[in-house]
Design a protein around this ligand. Structure first.
Ligand SMILES: NC(=O)c1ccc[n+]([C@@H]2O[C@H](COP(=O)([O-])OP(=O)(O)OC[C@H]3O[C@@H](n4cnc5c(N)ncnc54)[C@H](O)[C@@H]3O)[C@@H](O)[C@H]2O)c1
Ligand SMILES: [Zn+2]
Ligand SMILES: [Zn+2]
Length: 390
């Protein structure tokens, strides 16, 4: 079969690889009907995620049709259309029982590696390095889904792949990010980054009652989409002083809640673009906390800082501000399974639009390497790439 494989920093290829097989009685194998490239895949492309190996199959946003089931798998049958969350869940450990699916303690086959890096292990993730289990991803024609009796959900009748696909990651991620802000109605929420995650965070903040939604971005097409998603105010972080504008909008108080939908590849903002920033961004790519730093500064006392943006290792942040302002910091990989039913309803009730951000489609994974590059460079308005490989 064809699959998109990692071969090193900025080296993604469409390879011919063996078809996956059932390895455990709980598995299913699916034929991938739709899959997408995520901003998180850029951390792999940029070489910022350790333990990738040449030939690893990428992709953690995918859905498709069951073509094979393991001997002890009873949830789905051949021909079922299923949506697969990006995190793998055992369904039996204490964290799974608590609904904290992104920190399942049993699905990561390389738990000791993750524990050495993070203290405790994360769940196993599809196509996301050996630190998270070394599972093959779904930017492929077929994929093995381990522990398939827990996480995945059957696609509701009458809904298209493109309506449902983002339930596997970015819609729940944007929703969890907004939910973590504990909105009661009427708040000012500021959101850094209007990539796919930011666009879903904007829509979710609106559904959850935010009155003013400030979107911080610099790419014109993404700014347009942010408006369409429901942002009431836009700040171009390359042109304006983000902190001053947020103070102005919030009558000098700061935003009630702030959401970092950028993560470790943040670009320097207006006034920060010195030599050090340029070096960090272009010559020696390292984790950069520009967006998070601004967010912590621009939130009001006792506000919430919600961080769906991904960071991989130790980072210097202003703990003094967090303590002295009495901030609540909430973060994490998304507990996708927790949100599947609720968010499916929001799509069906047309409260959230999951399709408008798709800018690039392809029926051939051979286009993958070029589309990865286009997405990374945000060229020609590229916001979200979807493949229909089979
Ligand atoms: N927590 C989770 O489970 C989870 C799931 C999916 C994605 N993510 C993470 O969410 C983040 C966003 O994902 P995405 O797919 O939207 O990525 P993306 O790369 O498409 O979007 C990031 C956006 O941030 C903007 N940006 C860069 N620097 C900025 C700054 N200083 N201020 C404001 N905006 C800035 C960029 O222009 C870009 O539009 C990534 O870090 C990704 O890994 C987390
Ligand atoms: Zn993702
Ligand atoms: Zn578990």
């Amino acid at each position: 079969m064809k699959a998109l494989c990692w071969h090193g920093t900025n080296d993604i290829r469409c390879d011919s690889v063996p078809d996956p097989k059932i390895e455990d009685p709980r598995d299913v194998v699916i034929k991938v009907t739709s899959c997408a490239i995520c901003g998180s895949d850029l951390h792999l492309m940029d070489g910022l995620m350790p333990t990738m190996k040449s030939g690893d199959i990428l992709g953690h946003e995918f859905m498709g049709e069951v073509v094979e089931t393991g001997s002890r798998h009873h949830k789905f049958k051949k021909g079922d259309r299923i949506i697969v969350p990006f995190n793998i869940n055992c369904g039996e450990c204490r964290q799974c029982k608590l609904g904290n699916y992104s920190v399942c303690q049993r699905s990561n086959r390389n738990a000791e590696l993750a524990a050495a890096q993070f203290g405790f292990t994360t769940a196993g993730l599809f196509g996301y390095s050996h630190l998270t289990g070394g599972y093959s991803g779904g930017q492929a024609e077929y994929v093995r889904v381990p522990m398939a009796d827990v996480g995945p959900m059957k696609a509701p009748e009458g809904m298209s792949d493109e309506e449902l696909l983002f339930l596997t990651d970015i819609f729940p991620t944007g929703y969890q990010a907004a939910e973590q802000c504990d909105l009661k109605g009427g708040e000012i929420v500021a959101i850094w980054g209007c990539g796919p995650v930011g666009l879903f965070a904007i829509q979710s903040a609106k559904v959850l009652g935010a009155e003013r939604i400030i979107a911080i971005e610099t790419e014109p097409d993404r700014i347009m989409m942010a408006r369409r998603a429901g942002a009431t105010d836009i700040i171009d972080f390359k042109q304006e002083d983000v902190y001053e504008r947020i103070l102005e909008i919030s009558r000098g108080e700061g935003a009630d809640a702030v959401i970092d939908c950028v993560g470790m590849e943040a670009s320097a903002a207006h006034g920060q673009a010195g030599l050090m920033s340029a070096l960090k961004e272009h010559l020696l790519p390292v984790e950069r906390s520009y967006a998070l730093d601004q967010a912590i500064r621009a939130v009001r006392p006792c506000g919430v800082v919600s961080v769906p943006g991904v960071y991989g290792g130790p980072l210097t942040i202003n703990m003094g501000q967090i303590v002295q302002k009495g901030l609540t910091l909430r973060s994490g990989q998304t507990h996708v399974k927790r949100y599947l039913e609720l968010l499916t309803k929001l799509i069906q009730e047309r409260k959230v639009d999951t399709t408008f951000l798709i800018t690039d489609r392809s029926n051939d994974l051979e286009d993958g390497p070029a589309l990865y590059k286009k997405f990374k460079e945000k060229r020609d308005g590229c916001v979200k790439v979807v493949f229909h490989p089979t």
